[in-house]
Design a protein around this ligand. Structure first.
Ligand code: SF4
Length: 354
């Protein structure tokens, strides 16, 4: 049985026409699926019975099962979802004190990019998620919200390289941003990439003004290729050109993510080179002090080094924020939870929901 959300809106309309149903039902059914997660087709009260029967025969709404659910003291919640073919993906709900509720979602099982500080890349890529699975992460997280909460933002920063699975991601985001879907503004959606330059250009040409975040992590090709091995195929020059193109096409300022690894890429000379690289660009640098991950040899930078790094950038006119990761008590870095699961460590402190 096909996942309902693997269909694009136009494919669903074609299905409706083939079954003698009017196209406007697409919005009605989409609204039910997105706004009332968990309600089966049979209970969609304003849909004719005949159509409900056809939908139940041909589609399923849920394909993934929550196998672990962790909550941290700061309100962050993380789900480990099992797919129909027994793979695992992670997604996270972040809460802040301004009332923002942000879903951080994955686009692939594992990742081929191999960033040296990331748990997701340690075991390579297994497969792309389907559009339905990507969107289902949003629905699963939405079910965690209280009655007064609303999903306000989406960040595509979980497992996988989003631009390596772009068509399916765009299809899922189409449902997320439609008025009869989750009705989240495209401006509140951030797509993070390690820098697939062709993918950045495709995204720019797509036309939706999503916010782009490029993970740089180093100010020169030699160091970046050590931290982000896929850089050998692309190179910083091509990535920055593609990011400039994105800004020209969409008018949206690009964010550059920089995970600070003690003694690896957090030295004063790295800050000076990065400032030089971004000088004159309308850019925001997001500095992310690394938090230790089991099995990886990297260390957290000293607070003073982080402050000095930021000051060097600011002195060159580059805007900077320092992001301290939320949910550190729940292995919230992408891929950590799945890896623990795959390694068959006993998850005795999980709220088992299986
Ligand atoms: S940081 Fe992102 S791109 Fe790099 S290995 Fe991890 S999931 Fe893949």
């Amino acid at each position: 049985m096909k996942h309902f959300l693997d269909l694009s809106v136009s494919e669903f309309k074609e299905w409706l026409i083939r079954h003698g149903q009017p196209c406007f039902r697409a919005g009605q059914v989409g609204h039910w699926v997105c706004r009332s997660p968990g309600v089966p087709f049979e209970q969609m009260s304003d849909i004719p019975k005949e159509l409900r029967t056809l939908l139940s025969r041909d589609f399923r709404i849920w394909s993934m099962e929550t196998v672990a659910h962790r909550t941290s003291a700061d309100g962050t919640e993380k789900l480990l979802l099992k797919t129909a073919d027994d793979e695992h993906v992670e997604c996270v709900l972040l809460r802040d004190d301004k009332g923002n509720r942000t879903a951080c979602i994955s686009t692939q099982v594992g990742c081929a990019m191999g960033c040296v500080f990331c748990a997701s890349g340690l075991d390579g890529l297994v497969r792309n998620l389907t559009a339905g699975e990507i969107f289902e992460e949003l629905l699963q997280l939405r079910r965690l919200l209280g009655p007064d909460e609303r999903l306000s933002h989406i960040v595509v920063m979980g497992m996988g390289e989003p631009l390596a699975n772009l068509p399916r991601l765009l299809q899922a985001l189409n449902w997320a941003t439609r008025k009869d879907g989750l009705n989240i503004s495209a401006r509140r959606v951030t797509i993070s990439t390690v820098g697939a330059s062709a993918g950045i250009r495709r995204l720019a040409d797509h036309g939706a003004a999503y916010h782009l975040a490029v993970s740089l992590h180093a100010p020169n090709d030699e160091l970046r290729s050590r931290i982000v091995p896929t850089n050998r195929k692309v190179g910083l020059g091509a990535i920055l050109e593609a990011a400039d193109y994105y800004f020209e096409k969409t008018g949206r300022r690009v964010t550059y993510e920089y995970v600070l690894l003690a003694e690896v890429n957090d030295r004063p000379e790295h800050a000076a080179s990065l400032a030089e690289l971004l000088r004159g660009r309308n850019a925001l640098v997001n500095l992310i002090p690394f938090n230790p991950i089991q099995g990886l040899p990297y260390r957290t930078p000293r607070r003073q080094d982080v402050r000095d790094f930021a000051s060097t950038l600011e002195s060159a006119g580059v805007q900077v924020t320092i992001r301290h990761r939320k949910g550190d008590t729940i292995d919230a870095a992408c891929g950590q939870l799945r890896r623990v699961r795959e390694q068959a460590v006993v998850l005795s402190d999980f709220q088992q929901e299986a």
